[in-house]
Design a protein around this ligand. Structure first.
Ligand code: NAD
Ligand code: WQD
Length: 340
């Protein structure tokens, strides 16, 4: 068993990773500033896991709070989910994203180094690739992010590469997520987005539940299987398990691992709409709208390095992604007061 600090652990992916870490017997401590999540999620993590992780409300930019935490607690590793993730917001507020995601990560790594904690798993993103040479992305592709969010992710990757270059004791996994979707099969935790819904799956779920009128399909004139955008959707539980595999790999080696976490195949928007309609047992009303600026037609992961280096690959398919999302949507609708 290892003692793991999970930053951003009350968030969507972090909370699912906490469940998997505890199921694997690890001792988990969550630090989060709750800017995009609620503490109550840990009660539901406890209902799933049988115990509640320790928690401290900390902003990773607060070096004093981090030093106090590291003085009081000993950790073997950090899984670093804490960050802002909305591409559109990053364009409107670049300084917020660079301060939160980059300066915050530097503060965290600095305090980790002072405390002698030199193992970190970092939440990176396929957005670091920008518009690469082909639709199936490999880790050795050039990186050219096209928005401040993607640039903030690449900057943190570069910081960690330089830290590991300067101190060979560091063990770093840079995990480039594609499109995380779905929810824990219990239906008790899932994506609980604040504010504007940008992403396809949560938007579709709210259309199916009647909270929203219809889905706008952003373009059906792309050079893809049916003209709509194609993405590599990965079940959040598979994604969480990828972090345990990365932790285990870092136990055997120092240096930097850069790995795509994706299924290695894409689904179109209309394929997702059809799968979601199957899962919820009713049609998802949609209309064809114009393309969304900045969208690529199609991309998905080459996940072979994840399999080779981490012994990990996705296990959960589109039916589980949609069925688990729907179950969570129904639980959230029936327990809105708890989520308020
Ligand atoms: P999320 O917003 O649900 O979770 C992020 C958590 O970090 C939230 O609980 C938030 O309160 C916390 N946080 C943000 N800034 C903080 C700070 N300064 N100090 C402490 N806590 C802070 O998002 P998520 O979907 O779970 O994403 C987790 C990570 O994965 C993020 O770094 C995100 O960029 C990355 N990622 C997400 C996706 C995706 O589509 N969801 C894809 C690729 C990468
Ligand atoms: C998926 C597909 C849309 C909404 C984003 C971020 C990326 C990462 C994952 C953080 C596209 C289409 C969507 C809608 C639609 N996040 N769509 N109608 O843009 O692939 O990736 O989330 O790292 O950084 O960019 O995800 O879910 O927004 O879109 O037609 O209402 O669904 O055009 O083809 P995306 P998405």
């Amino acid at each position: 068993m290892r003692r793991i600090l999970v930053t951003g652990g009350t968030g969507y992916i972090g909370s699912h990773a906490v469940v998997e870490l505890m199921a694997a017997g690890h001792d988990v401590f969550v630090a989060d500033n709750l800017c995009n999540s609620k503490l109550s999620v840990l009660d539901r993590v406890a209902r799933i896991s049988g115990r509640r992780p320790e928690f401290a409300q900390i902003d990773i930019r607060d070096r004093g709070a981090l030093r106090k935490l590291f003085a009081a607690q000993s950790f073997d590793a950090v899984i670093h989910f804490a960050g802002l993730k909305a591409v559109g917001e990053s364009v409107a507020k670049p300084l917020l994203y660079f301060d939160n995601n980059v300066s915050g990560s530097v503060a965290l790594f600095e305090c980790m180094q002072e405390a002698g904690i030199k193992t970190v798993v970092f939440s990176s993103s396929a957005t670091v690739y920008g518009e690469p040479p082909s639709v199936q992305f490999r880790e050795d592709f050039p990186t050219a992010p096209v928005n401040p969010y993607g640039r903030s992710k690449l900057m943190v990757e570069d910081v960690l590469r330089d830290v590991a270059k300067g101190d060979s004791e560091w063990r770093v996994a840079l995990l480039r997520y594609f499109n995380p979707v779905g929810a824990h099969p219990s239906g008790l935790i899932g994506e609980d987005p604040n504010g504007v819904l940008n992403n396809l799956m949560p938007y579709m779920a709210q259309v199916a539940s009647g909270k929203l009128k219809e889905l706008s399909v952003f373009g059906n004139d792309y050079p893809t299987i049916d003209g709509t955008g194609v993405r590599d959707y990965i079940h959040v539980v598979d994604l969480a398990r990828g972090h345990l595999a990365a932790l285990s790999a870092l136990g055997k080696q120092t240096g930097v691992l850069t790995v795509n976490l994706g299924a290695g195949r894409g689904y179109s928007v209309l394929e997702m709409v059809n799968a979601f309609s199957e899962a919820c047992g009713k049609p998802v009303p949609y209309r064809i709208a114009g393309r969304r600026p900045g969208d690529l037609a199609e991309y998905f992961a080459d996940p072979s390095l994840a399999h080779q280096l981490l012994g990990w690959r996705t296990q959960l398919g589109i039916d589980a992604m949609c069925g688990d999302t729907w179950r969570w949507q129904q639980w959230a609708a029936a327990n809105a007061a708890e989520l308020a």
